[in-house]
Ligand binder design. Structure first.
Ligand code: SDX
Length: 392
Protein backbone atom coordinates (compact mmCIF):
# COMPACT_ATOMS: atom_id res chain seq x y z
CA UNK A 1 0.00 0.00 0.00
CA UNK A 2 1.07 3.62 -0.44
CA UNK A 3 -1.27 4.70 2.31
CA UNK A 4 -3.99 5.48 -0.23
CA UNK A 5 -4.17 2.47 -2.57
CA UNK A 6 -3.85 -1.11 -1.24
CA UNK A 7 -2.64 -3.69 -3.77
CA UNK A 8 -4.29 -7.12 -3.46
CA UNK A 9 -2.96 -9.42 -6.27
CA UNK A 10 -5.70 -11.77 -7.50
CA UNK A 11 -8.12 -9.90 -5.21
CA UNK A 12 -7.52 -12.62 -2.57
CA UNK A 13 -8.84 -10.34 0.17
CA UNK A 14 -11.01 -7.94 -1.80
CA UNK A 15 -14.78 -8.11 -1.98
CA UNK A 16 -16.06 -6.85 -5.35
CA UNK A 17 -19.78 -6.66 -4.64
CA UNK A 18 -22.76 -7.48 -2.46
CA UNK A 19 -24.57 -10.50 -3.89
CA UNK A 20 -27.62 -12.54 -2.95
CA UNK A 21 -27.06 -15.37 -5.41
CA UNK A 22 -24.50 -17.92 -4.13
CA UNK A 23 -23.15 -18.56 -0.64
CA UNK A 24 -19.78 -20.27 -0.10
CA UNK A 25 -18.15 -21.20 3.17
CA UNK A 26 -14.61 -22.30 2.28
CA UNK A 27 -13.76 -23.59 5.76
CA UNK A 28 -16.85 -25.76 6.10
CA UNK A 29 -17.19 -26.68 2.42
CA UNK A 30 -20.69 -25.19 2.15
CA UNK A 31 -22.18 -24.17 -1.22
CA UNK A 32 -25.75 -22.84 -1.62
CA UNK A 33 -27.53 -21.29 -4.62
CA UNK A 34 -30.22 -18.82 -3.46
CA UNK A 35 -30.11 -20.57 -0.05
CA UNK A 36 -30.70 -24.08 -1.41
CA UNK A 37 -27.87 -26.51 -0.56
CA UNK A 38 -25.91 -27.92 -3.48
CA UNK A 39 -26.38 -31.44 -2.10
CA UNK A 40 -30.19 -31.15 -2.26
CA UNK A 41 -30.20 -29.45 -5.67
CA UNK A 42 -27.87 -32.06 -7.18
CA UNK A 43 -30.06 -34.83 -5.79
CA UNK A 44 -33.57 -33.48 -6.30
CA UNK A 45 -33.64 -30.75 -8.95
CA UNK A 46 -33.00 -30.65 -12.68
CA UNK A 47 -30.70 -28.17 -14.38
CA UNK A 48 -33.39 -25.87 -15.77
CA UNK A 49 -35.03 -25.57 -12.34
CA UNK A 50 -31.69 -24.59 -10.83
CA UNK A 51 -31.04 -22.14 -13.69
CA UNK A 52 -34.42 -20.52 -13.00
CA UNK A 53 -33.68 -20.24 -9.27
CA UNK A 54 -30.25 -18.70 -9.86
CA UNK A 55 -31.55 -16.14 -12.36
CA UNK A 56 -34.93 -15.23 -10.84
CA UNK A 57 -34.31 -15.94 -7.14
CA UNK A 58 -36.56 -18.89 -6.22
CA UNK A 59 -37.18 -22.44 -7.43
CA UNK A 60 -39.98 -22.24 -10.06
CA UNK A 61 -43.52 -23.60 -9.81
CA UNK A 62 -44.50 -26.22 -12.37
CA UNK A 63 -46.15 -23.54 -14.55
CA UNK A 64 -43.21 -21.12 -14.28
CA UNK A 65 -40.77 -23.87 -15.29
CA UNK A 66 -42.97 -25.00 -18.20
CA UNK A 67 -43.28 -21.40 -19.45
CA UNK A 68 -39.51 -20.82 -19.07
CA UNK A 69 -38.74 -23.98 -21.01
CA UNK A 70 -41.21 -23.22 -23.79
CA UNK A 71 -39.89 -19.65 -24.14
CA UNK A 72 -36.36 -21.06 -24.31
CA UNK A 73 -37.32 -23.64 -26.94
CA UNK A 74 -38.87 -20.94 -29.09
CA UNK A 75 -35.55 -19.07 -29.20
CA UNK A 76 -33.34 -22.08 -29.77
CA UNK A 77 -32.73 -21.26 -33.44
CA UNK A 78 -29.42 -19.90 -34.71
CA UNK A 79 -29.48 -17.20 -37.39
CA UNK A 80 -28.09 -18.61 -40.63
CA UNK A 81 -25.47 -15.83 -40.76
CA UNK A 82 -24.10 -17.00 -37.39
CA UNK A 83 -23.99 -20.53 -38.79
CA UNK A 84 -21.90 -19.20 -41.68
CA UNK A 85 -19.35 -17.94 -39.11
CA UNK A 86 -19.24 -21.44 -37.61
CA UNK A 87 -18.67 -22.92 -41.10
CA UNK A 88 -15.73 -20.55 -41.58
CA UNK A 89 -13.86 -21.92 -38.54
CA UNK A 90 -11.12 -24.47 -39.27
CA UNK A 91 -11.71 -27.88 -37.69
CA UNK A 92 -8.63 -27.37 -35.51
CA UNK A 93 -10.27 -24.41 -33.77
CA UNK A 94 -10.74 -25.09 -30.03
CA UNK A 95 -14.45 -25.31 -29.21
CA UNK A 96 -14.04 -22.65 -26.47
CA UNK A 97 -12.81 -20.18 -29.10
CA UNK A 98 -15.72 -21.10 -31.36
CA UNK A 99 -18.21 -20.72 -28.50
CA UNK A 100 -16.82 -17.37 -27.36
CA UNK A 101 -16.88 -15.95 -30.90
CA UNK A 102 -20.37 -17.17 -31.75
CA UNK A 103 -21.81 -16.01 -28.41
CA UNK A 104 -20.52 -12.54 -29.13
CA UNK A 105 -21.71 -12.77 -32.75
CA UNK A 106 -25.28 -13.34 -31.51
CA UNK A 107 -25.19 -9.72 -30.40
CA UNK A 108 -25.11 -8.59 -34.01
CA UNK A 109 -28.70 -9.81 -34.18
CA UNK A 110 -29.78 -8.48 -30.81
CA UNK A 111 -29.67 -5.15 -28.99
CA UNK A 112 -26.17 -5.15 -27.58
CA UNK A 113 -26.93 -3.33 -24.39
CA UNK A 114 -30.08 -4.69 -22.82
CA UNK A 115 -32.36 -2.22 -21.06
CA UNK A 116 -32.32 -4.10 -17.74
CA UNK A 117 -34.99 -1.84 -16.29
CA UNK A 118 -37.44 -3.45 -18.70
CA UNK A 119 -38.31 -6.84 -17.21
CA UNK A 120 -39.58 -8.23 -20.49
CA UNK A 121 -36.53 -7.04 -22.45
CA UNK A 122 -34.28 -8.64 -19.84
CA UNK A 123 -36.35 -11.84 -19.88
CA UNK A 124 -36.23 -11.95 -23.69
CA UNK A 125 -32.41 -11.72 -23.71
CA UNK A 126 -32.21 -14.44 -21.01
CA UNK A 127 -34.39 -16.99 -22.82
CA UNK A 128 -32.62 -16.19 -26.08
CA UNK A 129 -29.18 -17.09 -24.74
CA UNK A 130 -30.51 -20.02 -22.67
CA UNK A 131 -31.98 -21.35 -25.95
CA UNK A 132 -29.13 -20.64 -28.33
CA UNK A 133 -26.14 -21.46 -26.12
CA UNK A 134 -26.74 -25.23 -25.91
CA UNK A 135 -27.11 -25.30 -29.72
CA UNK A 136 -23.76 -23.52 -30.11
CA UNK A 137 -22.22 -25.94 -27.59
CA UNK A 138 -23.48 -28.98 -29.54
CA UNK A 139 -22.55 -27.47 -32.90
CA UNK A 140 -19.00 -26.69 -31.69
CA UNK A 141 -18.61 -30.39 -30.98
CA UNK A 142 -20.26 -31.53 -34.24
CA UNK A 143 -18.07 -29.10 -36.20
CA UNK A 144 -14.95 -30.59 -34.62
CA UNK A 145 -16.17 -34.09 -35.52
CA UNK A 146 -17.18 -33.13 -39.05
CA UNK A 147 -20.77 -34.18 -38.33
CA UNK A 148 -23.95 -32.51 -39.61
CA UNK A 149 -25.51 -29.97 -37.23
CA UNK A 150 -28.71 -30.92 -35.44
CA UNK A 151 -31.37 -29.05 -33.50
CA UNK A 152 -32.44 -32.18 -31.69
CA UNK A 153 -36.14 -32.14 -30.96
CA UNK A 154 -38.46 -29.60 -29.40
CA UNK A 155 -40.34 -32.32 -27.58
CA UNK A 156 -37.35 -33.11 -25.37
CA UNK A 157 -36.28 -31.75 -22.00
CA UNK A 158 -33.46 -29.20 -21.87
CA UNK A 159 -30.66 -31.62 -20.98
CA UNK A 160 -32.08 -34.44 -23.12
CA UNK A 161 -31.98 -32.10 -26.09
CA UNK A 162 -28.38 -31.13 -25.41
CA UNK A 163 -27.43 -34.82 -25.52
CA UNK A 164 -29.47 -35.35 -28.70
CA UNK A 165 -27.91 -32.37 -30.50
CA UNK A 166 -24.47 -33.61 -29.46
CA UNK A 167 -24.79 -37.32 -30.18
CA UNK A 168 -27.62 -37.90 -32.66
CA UNK A 169 -26.36 -39.84 -35.67
CA UNK A 170 -27.88 -38.57 -38.92
CA UNK A 171 -29.22 -42.00 -39.77
CA UNK A 172 -30.93 -43.07 -36.56
CA UNK A 173 -33.14 -42.05 -33.66
CA UNK A 174 -31.01 -41.05 -30.63
CA UNK A 175 -32.13 -42.94 -27.53
CA UNK A 176 -31.57 -41.04 -24.27
CA UNK A 177 -29.74 -43.13 -21.68
CA UNK A 178 -31.24 -42.05 -18.30
CA UNK A 179 -27.92 -42.69 -16.55
CA UNK A 180 -26.17 -40.24 -18.86
CA UNK A 181 -29.03 -37.75 -18.70
CA UNK A 182 -29.01 -37.77 -14.87
CA UNK A 183 -25.21 -37.50 -14.77
CA UNK A 184 -25.22 -34.50 -17.11
CA UNK A 185 -28.06 -32.83 -15.16
CA UNK A 186 -26.04 -33.24 -11.97
CA UNK A 187 -22.78 -31.99 -13.51
CA UNK A 188 -24.44 -28.90 -14.99
CA UNK A 189 -26.11 -28.12 -11.63
CA UNK A 190 -22.79 -28.47 -9.82
CA UNK A 191 -21.15 -26.01 -12.24
CA UNK A 192 -24.03 -23.52 -12.36
CA UNK A 193 -22.57 -20.76 -10.17
CA UNK A 194 -19.74 -20.13 -7.75
CA UNK A 195 -19.94 -16.48 -6.57
CA UNK A 196 -17.09 -14.21 -7.71
CA UNK A 197 -14.76 -16.67 -9.48
CA UNK A 198 -12.51 -15.47 -12.28
CA UNK A 199 -14.96 -15.90 -15.18
CA UNK A 200 -17.95 -14.52 -13.26
CA UNK A 201 -15.92 -11.50 -12.20
CA UNK A 202 -15.04 -11.08 -15.88
CA UNK A 203 -18.73 -11.19 -16.89
CA UNK A 204 -19.52 -8.61 -14.22
CA UNK A 205 -16.69 -6.22 -15.04
CA UNK A 206 -17.33 -6.37 -18.81
CA UNK A 207 -21.05 -5.85 -18.14
CA UNK A 208 -20.26 -2.93 -15.85
CA UNK A 209 -19.32 -0.89 -18.93
CA UNK A 210 -22.90 -1.57 -20.10
CA UNK A 211 -21.66 -3.92 -22.80
CA UNK A 212 -24.51 -6.29 -23.66
CA UNK A 213 -25.24 -9.61 -21.93
CA UNK A 214 -23.91 -11.68 -24.86
CA UNK A 215 -20.52 -9.91 -25.22
CA UNK A 216 -20.13 -10.11 -21.41
CA UNK A 217 -20.76 -13.87 -21.55
CA UNK A 218 -18.30 -14.16 -24.44
CA UNK A 219 -15.63 -12.57 -22.22
CA UNK A 220 -16.53 -14.97 -19.39
CA UNK A 221 -16.05 -17.95 -21.73
CA UNK A 222 -12.53 -16.75 -22.54
CA UNK A 223 -11.67 -16.34 -18.84
CA UNK A 224 -13.05 -19.81 -18.06
CA UNK A 225 -10.80 -21.33 -20.76
CA UNK A 226 -7.63 -20.83 -18.71
CA UNK A 227 -6.13 -24.04 -17.21
CA UNK A 228 -6.08 -22.44 -13.75
CA UNK A 229 -9.87 -22.09 -13.99
CA UNK A 230 -12.39 -24.08 -16.04
CA UNK A 231 -9.73 -25.30 -18.47
CA UNK A 232 -8.48 -27.43 -15.56
CA UNK A 233 -11.00 -30.19 -16.32
CA UNK A 234 -9.35 -30.77 -19.70
CA UNK A 235 -5.87 -30.41 -18.15
CA UNK A 236 -6.76 -33.00 -15.46
CA UNK A 237 -7.58 -35.65 -18.07
CA UNK A 238 -4.44 -34.85 -20.06
CA UNK A 239 -2.41 -35.13 -16.83
CA UNK A 240 -4.04 -38.44 -15.86
CA UNK A 241 -3.47 -39.78 -19.39
CA UNK A 242 0.20 -38.77 -19.16
CA UNK A 243 0.51 -40.58 -15.83
CA UNK A 244 -1.13 -43.66 -17.35
CA UNK A 245 1.26 -43.54 -20.34
CA UNK A 246 4.06 -43.20 -17.80
CA UNK A 247 3.09 -46.55 -16.26
CA UNK A 248 0.83 -44.97 -13.60
CA UNK A 249 3.78 -43.47 -11.75
CA UNK A 250 1.89 -40.93 -9.62
CA UNK A 251 4.92 -40.38 -7.33
CA UNK A 252 6.84 -38.71 -10.19
CA UNK A 253 3.99 -36.26 -10.79
CA UNK A 254 3.58 -35.56 -7.10
CA UNK A 255 7.29 -34.70 -6.97
CA UNK A 256 6.92 -32.42 -10.01
CA UNK A 257 3.95 -30.67 -8.40
CA UNK A 258 6.04 -29.96 -5.28
CA UNK A 259 9.15 -28.88 -7.14
CA UNK A 260 9.33 -25.09 -6.98
CA UNK A 261 11.46 -25.04 -10.13
CA UNK A 262 8.88 -27.02 -12.05
CA UNK A 263 5.83 -25.02 -13.23
CA UNK A 264 3.78 -28.26 -13.24
CA UNK A 265 0.77 -28.21 -10.90
CA UNK A 266 -1.47 -31.08 -9.93
CA UNK A 267 -4.45 -30.06 -12.05
CA UNK A 268 -7.81 -30.38 -10.35
CA UNK A 269 -6.27 -29.69 -6.93
CA UNK A 270 -6.47 -26.58 -4.80
CA UNK A 271 -8.98 -23.77 -4.56
CA UNK A 272 -8.93 -20.10 -3.65
CA UNK A 273 -11.90 -20.42 -1.31
CA UNK A 274 -12.29 -24.07 -0.28
CA UNK A 275 -9.60 -24.76 2.31
CA UNK A 276 -11.06 -28.07 3.36
CA UNK A 277 -12.84 -29.86 0.57
CA UNK A 278 -14.87 -28.77 -2.45
CA UNK A 279 -18.39 -30.12 -1.79
CA UNK A 280 -18.90 -30.47 -5.54
CA UNK A 281 -15.84 -32.73 -5.86
CA UNK A 282 -17.31 -35.06 -3.22
CA UNK A 283 -20.58 -35.35 -5.15
CA UNK A 284 -18.85 -35.75 -8.53
CA UNK A 285 -16.44 -38.39 -7.22
CA UNK A 286 -19.40 -40.47 -6.00
CA UNK A 287 -21.21 -39.89 -9.30
CA UNK A 288 -18.13 -40.96 -11.27
CA UNK A 289 -18.11 -44.32 -9.49
CA UNK A 290 -21.86 -44.69 -10.02
CA UNK A 291 -21.92 -43.70 -13.70
CA UNK A 292 -18.94 -45.87 -14.72
CA UNK A 293 -20.42 -48.77 -12.81
CA UNK A 294 -23.92 -48.31 -14.31
CA UNK A 295 -22.50 -47.88 -17.80
CA UNK A 296 -20.22 -50.86 -17.27
CA UNK A 297 -17.23 -48.70 -18.16
CA UNK A 298 -13.83 -49.74 -16.82
CA UNK A 299 -11.61 -46.66 -16.89
CA UNK A 300 -8.09 -47.07 -15.41
CA UNK A 301 -7.94 -43.27 -15.31
CA UNK A 302 -10.44 -43.28 -12.42
CA UNK A 303 -8.19 -45.53 -10.36
CA UNK A 304 -5.18 -43.32 -11.13
CA UNK A 305 -7.21 -40.27 -10.03
CA UNK A 306 -8.17 -41.94 -6.76
CA UNK A 307 -4.55 -42.99 -6.17
CA UNK A 308 -3.37 -39.44 -6.76
CA UNK A 309 -6.02 -38.08 -4.39
CA UNK A 310 -5.00 -40.52 -1.66
CA UNK A 311 -1.33 -39.62 -2.03
CA UNK A 312 -2.04 -35.89 -1.94
CA UNK A 313 -4.32 -36.19 1.09
CA UNK A 314 -1.41 -37.80 2.96
CA UNK A 315 1.36 -35.56 1.68
CA UNK A 316 2.45 -32.69 3.99
CA UNK A 317 3.07 -30.36 1.01
CA UNK A 318 -0.58 -30.61 -0.01
CA UNK A 319 -2.00 -30.87 3.50
CA UNK A 320 -0.04 -27.81 4.70
CA UNK A 321 -1.34 -25.82 1.72
CA UNK A 322 -4.86 -27.18 2.14
CA UNK A 323 -4.91 -28.54 -1.40
CA UNK A 324 -7.84 -30.87 -2.08
CA UNK A 325 -9.55 -32.10 -5.24
CA UNK A 326 -11.78 -29.39 -6.73
CA UNK A 327 -14.77 -29.51 -9.06
CA UNK A 328 -12.52 -30.20 -12.05
CA UNK A 329 -10.74 -33.24 -10.71
CA UNK A 330 -13.32 -35.96 -11.35
CA UNK A 331 -15.74 -34.27 -13.77
CA UNK A 332 -13.75 -35.15 -16.90
CA UNK A 333 -13.91 -38.85 -16.02
CA UNK A 334 -17.69 -38.71 -16.26
CA UNK A 335 -17.67 -36.61 -19.44
CA UNK A 336 -15.34 -39.17 -21.00
CA UNK A 337 -17.55 -42.08 -19.96
CA UNK A 338 -20.43 -40.20 -21.64
CA UNK A 339 -18.46 -40.06 -24.90
CA UNK A 340 -17.71 -36.33 -24.75
CA UNK A 341 -14.29 -35.52 -26.30
CA UNK A 342 -11.71 -33.95 -23.95
CA UNK A 343 -11.54 -30.67 -25.88
CA UNK A 344 -15.25 -30.23 -25.10
CA UNK A 345 -14.87 -30.54 -21.30
CA UNK A 346 -14.47 -26.82 -20.64
CA UNK A 347 -17.34 -26.09 -23.03
CA UNK A 348 -19.50 -28.31 -20.80
CA UNK A 349 -18.32 -26.25 -17.82
CA UNK A 350 -19.47 -23.11 -19.66
CA UNK A 351 -22.86 -24.69 -20.40
CA UNK A 352 -23.31 -25.33 -16.69
CA UNK A 353 -22.03 -21.90 -15.66
CA UNK A 354 -24.26 -20.00 -18.10
CA UNK A 355 -27.20 -19.42 -15.69
CA UNK A 356 -24.79 -18.28 -12.98
CA UNK A 357 -23.15 -15.79 -15.31
CA UNK A 358 -26.58 -14.52 -16.39
CA UNK A 359 -27.76 -14.19 -12.77
CA UNK A 360 -24.61 -12.35 -11.71
CA UNK A 361 -24.66 -10.00 -14.74
CA UNK A 362 -28.34 -9.20 -14.09
CA UNK A 363 -27.71 -8.54 -10.38
CA UNK A 364 -24.77 -6.25 -11.20
CA UNK A 365 -26.93 -4.22 -13.61
CA UNK A 366 -30.04 -4.16 -11.38
CA UNK A 367 -27.83 -2.96 -8.52
CA UNK A 368 -26.59 -0.21 -10.86
CA UNK A 369 -22.98 -1.11 -9.99
CA UNK A 370 -20.44 1.50 -11.20
CA UNK A 371 -18.05 0.64 -14.02
CA UNK A 372 -15.23 -1.57 -12.76
CA UNK A 373 -11.98 0.38 -12.84
CA UNK A 374 -9.35 -0.64 -10.22
CA UNK A 375 -6.41 1.66 -9.31
CA UNK A 376 -2.65 0.85 -9.20
CA UNK A 377 0.57 1.87 -7.52
CA UNK A 378 2.96 3.19 -10.18
CA UNK A 379 6.47 1.67 -10.12
CA UNK A 380 7.77 2.83 -13.50
CA UNK A 381 10.22 5.57 -14.64
CA UNK A 382 10.09 9.08 -13.22
CA UNK A 383 9.41 11.91 -15.65
CA UNK A 384 12.06 12.10 -18.42
CA UNK A 385 12.49 14.21 -21.60
CA UNK A 386 11.93 12.82 -25.10
CA UNK A 387 15.18 12.08 -27.01
CA UNK A 388 15.48 12.14 -30.80
CA UNK A 389 15.83 8.67 -32.27
CA UNK A 390 19.30 9.46 -33.69
CA UNK A 391 20.47 10.19 -30.16
CA UNK A 392 19.13 6.93 -28.58
C1 SDX B 1 -12.07 -23.68 -10.74
O1 SDX B 1 -12.74 -19.61 -8.03
C2 SDX B 1 -13.55 -20.55 -8.24
O2 SDX B 1 -14.58 -20.71 -7.56
C3 SDX B 1 -13.19 -21.45 -9.40
C4 SDX B 1 -14.09 -22.66 -9.62
C5 SDX B 1 -15.49 -22.25 -10.04
O3 SDX B 1 -16.41 -23.03 -9.80
O4 SDX B 1 -15.62 -21.17 -10.69
O5 SDX B 1 -14.17 -23.42 -8.44
C6 SDX B 1 -13.57 -23.55 -10.74
O6 SDX B 1 -11.41 -22.92 -11.40
C7 SDX B 1 -11.41 -24.68 -9.83
C8 SDX B 1 -9.85 -24.61 -9.87
C9 SDX B 1 -9.36 -25.34 -11.12
N1 SDX B 1 -7.89 -25.10 -11.26
C10 SDX B 1 -7.01 -26.08 -11.06
O7 SDX B 1 -7.29 -27.20 -10.65
C11 SDX B 1 -5.56 -25.70 -11.39
C12 SDX B 1 -4.64 -26.14 -10.27
N2 SDX B 1 -4.92 -25.34 -9.09
C13 SDX B 1 -4.18 -24.14 -8.88
O8 SDX B 1 -3.55 -23.52 -9.90
C14 SDX B 1 -4.64 -23.29 -7.70
O9 SDX B 1 -4.87 -24.14 -6.65
C15 SDX B 1 -5.85 -22.39 -7.91
C16 SDX B 1 -5.70 -21.56 -9.14
C17 SDX B 1 -7.09 -23.20 -8.00
C18 SDX B 1 -5.94 -21.47 -6.69
O10 SDX B 1 -4.82 -20.69 -6.71
P1 SDX B 1 -4.48 -19.65 -5.51
O11 SDX B 1 -5.60 -19.55 -4.56
O12 SDX B 1 -3.98 -18.40 -6.15
O13 SDX B 1 -3.32 -20.39 -4.73
P2 SDX B 1 -1.78 -20.20 -5.04
O14 SDX B 1 -1.52 -20.35 -6.51
O15 SDX B 1 -1.34 -18.95 -4.35
O16 SDX B 1 -1.14 -21.48 -4.30
C19 SDX B 1 -0.89 -21.47 -2.90
C20 SDX B 1 0.24 -22.48 -2.71
C21 SDX B 1 1.45 -22.22 -3.61
O17 SDX B 1 2.57 -22.78 -2.97
P3 SDX B 1 3.59 -21.76 -2.11
O18 SDX B 1 4.03 -20.71 -3.11
O19 SDX B 1 2.73 -21.23 -0.99
O20 SDX B 1 4.70 -22.67 -1.66
O21 SDX B 1 -0.23 -23.79 -3.08
C22 SDX B 1 0.51 -24.25 -4.20
C23 SDX B 1 1.15 -23.03 -4.84
O22 SDX B 1 2.36 -23.41 -5.52
N3 SDX B 1 -0.47 -24.87 -5.11
C24 SDX B 1 -0.27 -26.00 -5.79
C25 SDX B 1 -1.48 -26.23 -6.46
N4 SDX B 1 -2.36 -25.26 -6.19
C26 SDX B 1 -1.73 -24.41 -5.35
N5 SDX B 1 0.79 -26.81 -5.89
C27 SDX B 1 0.65 -27.90 -6.68
N6 SDX B 1 -0.50 -28.21 -7.38
C28 SDX B 1 -1.58 -27.40 -7.28
N7 SDX B 1 -2.68 -27.69 -7.94
Amino acid sequence: TNGIITIDPGYKNTGACLSGITFLNGEKGILRYRGYSIEELAEKADFLEVAYALIFGDLPTTDQLAQFHSDIREKAIIDDDVKKILDAFPKVAHPMGVLSSLTSALTAFNPSSVNVDSEEEMYRAIVKIMGKFPVLVAWAMRKKQGLPLSYGSNSLGYVENVLTMMFQRPDEEYVINPIIKDALDKLLILHADHEQNCSTSTVRIVGSSHAGLFPSLSAGISALWGPLHGGANQAVLEMLEAIKEDGGDTKKYMAKAKDKNDPFRLMGFGHRVYKNFDPRAKIIKKAADQVLNDLGVEDPILEIAKGLEQEALNDPYFVDRKLYPNVDFYSGIIYRAMGIPVEMFTVMFALGRLPGWIAQWREMRLNKEPIGRPRQIYTGENHRAFTEIKKR
